[in-house]
Design a binder for this molecule. Structure first.
Ligand SMILES: C[S@@+](CC[C@H](N)C(=O)[O-])C[C@H]1O[C@@H](n2cnc3c(N)ncnc32)[C@H](O)[C@@H]1O
Length: 297
């Protein structure tokens, strides 16, 4: 992962308002003329436009911040359970697309996870998030990325676009910051319940997801199902019982039965994800995108 110092020194991390390069001064990041100043909190730069900083500080006190701050390293039993039992059986093409976007980048590449954290899903990723949660390396806004034009080698954006009221603007911003020839891997829910982080505005069909990025100027390398239909249905049935059954004991019984049913059937997704119909009920779809090298001409 490119360090903060390297991002600043190379002129890639910039002021999100003026896009001027930044310098370290008086324990902050500042534009050379001193007009824009950004705090560094516990080693993490907070590169939000001033009006967003207030909203961010309010949200820090909220439910999402509490949940994220409580994230602890799972026990070895939980890790084993998640690895071998509680799997989401991502489709093979989506895993290959992720590998081509992120694994294939050289060590000195700048790879940014927009909306990333509190998990660090790949050591090359710089997690950028609107909130300063554990494992967030840059506090920034998907609508005003603190990166210079054509400066980012690869972007990962997973489970974020449904939380943005203006996803078109975020897609355009990712296009601006990505270098020509750069890669983007996006995975976004289609068939999932309402979940606010910090809000939830929409889900995307496979075609809606593709078109979102094509409208922003991207070329689609591949697109399809990421997490499949059995995971989606199991999650929805669990959520249905958990939300609407209020009789004590019965709620746990029904929701527990749904969770067990989903767990046992989930391996079916290995097969269903290969079907041309998989996207009709998929939990999430992915898109592997690139910014054409012709954009540099
Ligand atoms: C459901 S979480 C997904 C987190 C992570 N990408 C993952 O897959 O685990 C959505 C994340 O988007 C972040 N987010 C929401 N609005 C944002 C914005 N305008 N700019 C940057 N991040 C944002 C939230 O703080 C939250 O951490």
């Amino acid at each position: 992962m490119l360090s903060l110092e390297e991002q600043v020194r190379s002129g890639r991390l910039v002021c999100p308002l003026s896009r001027q390069s930044l310098i370290f001064k008086e324990g902050e990041l500042q534009t050379v003329d001193g007009r824009y100043r950004y705090p560094i909190v516990n080693g993490v730069p907070v590169l939000l436009p001033p009006e967003k900083q207030e909203a961010y500080l309010a949200e820090r006190k909220g439910k999402m911040a509490e949940e994220y701050t409580a994230v602890k390293k799972p026990s070895s039993i939980k890790r084993w359970f998640n690895r071998w039992v509680n799997r989401d059986y991502r489709s093979q093409p989506s895993q290959e697309a992720f590998g081509q976007c992120i694994d294939a980048q050289p060590d000195d590449a700048l790879c940014v996870a927009v909306g990333g954290g509190p998990h660090h899903v790949h050591p090359k990723l710089v997690n950028l998030n609107i909130g300063l949660f554990p494992n967030v390396h840059v506090v920034g806004d998907a609508y005003a990325l603190p990166y210079a034009d054509d400066s980012v080698d690869a972007i990962h954006c997973e489970a974020v676009l449904e939380h943005l009221e203006f996803p078109n603007e975020a897609a355009a911003e990712m296009f601006r910051a990505l270098r020509p020839g750069g890669q983007l891997f996006a995975a976004t829910p289609f068939m999932q319940h309402f979940h606010a982080y910090p809000n939830h505005f929409q889900n995307f069909t496979l075609v809606g997801h593709r078109r979102l990025f094509e409208r922003a100027g991207f070329d689609v390398v591949s697109a399809g199902v990421c997490v499949g239909p059995t995971y989606a249905v199991g999650g929805l049935v669990f959520r249905y019982f958990y939300t609407y059954v209020s009789v004590p004991g019965l709620r746990q019984l029904l929701a527990g039965a749904a969770a067990l049913w989903a767990l046992l059937l989930r391996p079916l997704d290995k097969r269903l994800n290969r079907s041309s119909q998989a996207h009709l009920l998929a939990s999430t779809t992915y898109a592997h995108l690139t910014k054409s090298a012709a954009c540099s001409e």
